[in-house]
Write a protein that binds this ligand. Structure first.
Ligand SMILES: NC(=O)c1ccc[n+]([C@@H]2O[C@H](COP(=O)([O-])OP(=O)(O)OC[C@H]3O[C@@H](n4cnc5c(N)ncnc54)[C@H](OP(=O)(O)O)[C@@H]3O)[C@@H](O)[C@H]2O)c1
Length: 288
């Protein structure tokens, strides 16, 4: 799986006010910035976002083959689009995963997902059955690579013994650093998996939050950014990418300028001491 240094997320795409042509334009502008990995999930927008992008691909022949699509399944929402779901739950059974992939391929108007992630840990996961399901999807050419999202190191190890995995997509930002402490990122380094990072700007709180932690971290990122002539968001992405697991942060914005600020982080160097300045501001005290 060839991730671009930064991936573009589509969770909020229903709020961007873009029609099919606008989304096609957004994708090609992202491609021009070197962002080729696009993060989707069946449930985004209440099972609507994939179809919006399918319509966008239809307006722009050839666009789909210039990028990688990351899909996710395994969360069942109670929704009019899925009348069979009686309660919100997780499902990693063969039947659910195969049906979800077929629905995603149809909505996205494509013949393959470059990467499929199990969105959340299914407490009833049968790793043998899921590994077998992955092999079946691979053999059919419907999915090229597999991974997990929001899984613990133990859950990932369990499945990885049954099928190769390329990522664990996890929450990580300068305001949410749990993955540094619970073994998730160490496991990625150990196994050579590149973690994908969701909510890298803490859902916007990093830039607009008025709580003490956000104010402290923003002040440090601002000072580091001023010294390099880059905005706070770029500095935050550079901080995330400094980790040895070579993370792939996922942007959340439909604005081209926000994509530019993310892509620019590739060229920003950050020393270990500066990295710890941000860590210290987030935790609120120096290292022991
Ligand atoms: N696997 C999972 O469980 C999971 C969970 C959540 C998300 N994700 C994925 O991760 C992606 C990113 O998550 P996220 O949307 O929470 O990311 P984020 O980048 O932390 O937050 C994006 C939000 O921050 C706002 N923002 C404010 N200033 C910004 C700036 N300078 N640059 C960029 N954004 C700014 C955006 O507003 P504007 O739109 O106005 O720019 C947007 O509302 C999602 O699209 C989805 O693909 C995965």
């Amino acid at each position: 799986m060839n991730f671009s240094p930064v991936a573009a997320g589509t969770w909020r795409a229903g709020d961007w006010g873009l029609d099919a042509g606008g989304l096609a334009g957004w994708m090609s502008q992202a491609l021009d910035l070197g962002i080729t990995t696009f993060d989707h999930a069946d449930i985004y927008g209440g099972y609507a976002v994939e179809a919006m992008f399918g319509a966008a691909f239809a307006t722009s022949p050839g666009l789909r083959d210039r990028l990688q699509i990351v899909g996710k399944c395994g969360i069942k929402l109670v929704h009019s689009q899925r009348p069979g779901h009686a309660i919100k739950s997780y499902d990693s059974s063969r039947a659910h995963v195969l049906a979800s992939v077929d629905a995603s391929l149809q909505a996205l108007r494509t013949d393959r997902l470059d990467l499929l992630l199990i969105h959340r840990p299914d407490l009833l996961m049968d790793p043998e059955e899921l590994g077998e399901t992955f092999r079946e999807l691979l053999a059919a050419g419907k999915v090229l690579h597999f991974g997990l999202s929001n899984h613990t190191p133990g859950q990932l190890a369990l499945l990885r013994r049954r099928h190769p995995l390329v990522t664990n997509q996890i929450e990580f930002s300068p305001l949410q650093m749990r993955a540094l402490a619970d073994g998730t990122l160490e496991q990625c380094v150990d196994l050579g998996l590149r973690p994908m990072l969701w909510s890298p700007l803490a859902g916007g709180r990093l830039l607009t939050g008025t709580d003490e932690q956000a104010l402290r971290v923003r002040a440090v990122l601002q000072a580091l950014g001023d010294a390099r002539g880059v905005p706070v968001a770029t500095m935050a992405y550079a901080w995330l990418m400094r980790h040895p697991s070579r993370p792939v942060p996922i942007t959340g914005s439909g604005r081209l300028q926000a994509l530019r600020e993310a892509a620019a982080a590739v060229d920003v160097k950050i020393s270990a001491e500066d990295w710890y300045r941000v860590w210290q501001a987030s935790i609120g005290h120096q290292v022991p």
